[in-house]
Design a protein around this ligand. Sequence first.
Ligand SMILES: Nc1nc2c(ncn2[C@@H]2O[C@H](COP(=O)(O)OP(=O)(O)OP(=O)(O)O)[C@@H](O)[C@H]2O)c(=O)[nH]1
Ligand SMILES: [Mg+2]
Length: 283
Amino acid sequence: MKVGFVAIVGRTSVGKSTLVNKLVGSRVSIVARSSNTTRNVIKGIINGSDHQIILQDTPGLHKSSNEMGTRLNDVALATVSDYPDLILLVVDAYSGIGSGDIKLAKLLPKDTVVVLNKTDKLNGSQIASQLLTATEKLGFLDKAEFIPISSRNGYNLERLRDLLIQRMPEGQRFYEEDLTTDLPDEFMVAEIIREQVLKVLKQDVPQHVACRVLQYDPPFYRCEIVVDKDSQKPIILGKNGSRLGEIRRSASYKIGKGTVLDLHVKVDKTWSSYPERYGYLEF
Ligand SMILES: Nc1nc2c(ncn2[C@@H]2O[C@H](COP(=O)(O)OP(=O)(O)OP(=O)(O)O)[C@@H](O)[C@H]2O)c(=O)[nH]1
Ligand SMILES: [Mg+2]
C-alpha cells in the first residue's frame, strides 16, 4: 500500500488550502481572498483502497512585518525540513513566478513537484508559456515535475493525484480510512467562523482576527471573535449587530443543520503575541 506525507508550500494566496480541500474531497482547511489565512499545519488525508496520502497544508510564505508573520513562515519551513516524502510547491500561474517563489524554491529538494495553479484564468497558449517560463526560472530544481492545474475547476487534479500516489513509499495506514483530517472538532468550528468573518468583512478588516470556541456543546457553541484594536469591534458588529448576525447565520449553516451559535466580539490588543492561546501555530 502506498502511504506518505506531502508538504504543500508556497506564497500566501496561491491556493494551497483550496487545492488540499479539492484533493481530499472535503473542506479541511479554510480559504479566503485575503493573505495569511492558514495559521497551522493542517492535515488533509486522501484515502483509497491501496493508498493513504497525508497532505500538510502550511501557512503561506510572505514578507513578514510582525512577530506572528515571522512565526507563520517558520512553521511552513519547518514542515519542509521535517522529512516529508514529497514536497509540492504551489505557484500562481496567473501572476507568474516571482522572486518570492524563487527564494522558497531554492530551499527545496530537486525532485519537488511544482504545480502552477489558477490556470482557469489563462487560455491554452498562456498556460504553455507560463509552464515554459516556470521551468526556466526554476531550472535549478533539475528533477522537478511541473503540472499546470486549477483547484477551482479541477483541471489536471486527477493527474496530480495519480502522481502523488506513484511517488509515495510502501507502508501501513497512519490514520483510520474514514478520517479526512486529525483536527480537533472545536478547532474546526472556530476556523469555519473565522472563514466567514473574512468573507463577510472582505477587505474591511485585516487578518488580525482570532476565533475561539469557549463552550463546545454540540449543536450549541459559544465562541469569541477577537480583534486587536478597539476600532475593529464596531466593524465586526456592523450597524445594530447586522454584520455579526450575517457571520452567525453563514457560519451556522456551514457548521451544520441545527447549529446554535452564540458569538461575542472581544478586543485583546496583544493576542497575536500569544497565538497559541487561540489555537494557532501550535500544530
Ligand atoms: N481562479 C482561481 N482562484 C483560486 C484557485 N485556487 C484558489 N483560488 C483563490 O485564491 C484565493 C486564496 O486561496 P487559498 O486556498 O486560501 O490560498 P492559500 O495559498 O492557502 O493562502 P494562505 O493560507 O494565506 O497561504 C481564494 O480566493 C481562492 O478562492 C484557482 O485554481 N483558480
Ligand atoms: Mg491556506
